[in-house]
Design a protein around this ligand. Structure first.
Ligand SMILES: C[S@@+](CC[C@H](N)C(=O)[O-])C[C@H]1O[C@@H](n2cnc3c(N)ncnc32)[C@H](O)[C@@H]1O
Length: 262
């Protein structure tokens, strides 16, 4: 039976959100997504553990932030709902924590409305990271942007090509953060495993979200002069691990870190 597309959603071209869902074992993906993801996995089978380890990093990061007293989260490049979503972790720690989810893939809104927007403390919007005015306007409807918040940019900046000046875009968001705010970033690199990471990136050129591998120095510069908290910018499984993992950190070419604005 042919797959049914949700209204307004193009399922003929693969998207990063639905491919990531496929890597994580979700069901919100279509034939074109699975085909593109299988090409990525053929070039780099470790992409599946990379996706899982990235997700765990994000979850540990949000728990850490909640423990630091963070109660406002702006998550750009949310992805499709899965287990252990940002608002679930934040609100398990502090029920009044507020979360704004932003993604430019409209399918995220379709699924997230049903599964994640469970209360008035959570909002999901379709907007593009490269349009900070639209993002901040939507965020300001739920968050008090004059008070500290956490900006989450997990596994999204590699979908912004250099021609769109991602470092300038992020600098704009960073400058807007009130003191005491945090920035979480994870990003793929070609510094390690250059052959398979390049093969995976090549497979993404045929999707709606071509990917750019960046050096660890380039990834570090997204934090500007914010202060990285321990252990700094590291391969994601090495960021404050809370349980043993079967992943070999050496094969995880995704770096992550959290920094604080003094
Ligand atoms: C790999 S998923 C990451 C999901 C989640 N942040 C995580 O780390 O588990 C990347 C997400 O970024 C979104 N994305 C890509 N480019 C974007 C842009 N310019 N603005 C907003 N979202 C974007 C994709 O639609 C996708 O849902």
């Amino acid at each position: 039976m042919p797959e049914q597309a949700p209204p307004g959603i193009d399922i003929t071209v693969a998207t990063a959100a639905r491919m990531y869902d496929y890597y994580l074992g979700g069901k919100d993906n279509f034939a074109a997504d699975r085909e593109a993801a299988d090409h990525v996995l053929a070039a780099a089978p470790e992409v599946r553990p990379i996706a899982r380890e990235n997700r765990r990093f994000l979850q540990r990061g949000v728990r850490y932030l909640a423990e630091q007293g963070v109660t406002q989260f702006l998550d750009i490049g949310t992805g499709l709902p899965t287990q252990g979503n940002v608002h679930e972790i934040a609100q398990a720690h502090e029920p009044s924590a507020r979360v704004v989810y932003v993604d430019n893939d409209p399918i995220v809104l379709v699924h997230a409305r049903a599964l994640m927007a469970t209360g008035s403390a959570t909002r999901v919007v379709t907007a593009d990271l490269r349009d900070p005015d639209a993002v901040m306007r939507a965020a300001g409807e739920l968050l008090d942007l004059s008070r500290p918040y956490a900006l989450l940019l997990a596994a999204v900046l590699h979908f912004i090509p250099d021609s769109d000046h991602p470092h300038d875009v992020v600098a704009g968001y960073r400058d807007a953060l009130p003191p005491g705010s945090h920035l979480l970033v994870s990003h793929v690199t070609g510094d390690t495993r250059p052959q398979s990471s390049a093969g995976a990136a090549a497979a993404y050129t045929k999707t709606r979200n071509p990917a750019t591998l960046r050096t660890v120095e380039d990834i570090a510069s997204f934090f500007g002069d914010l202060e990285l908290v321990d252990p700094g910018l590291v391969r994601v499984p090495l960021w404050r691990p809370d349980a043993p993992t079967s992943a070999d950190a050496e094969e995880i070419w995704m770096y992550g870190g959290i920094a604080r604005k003094p």
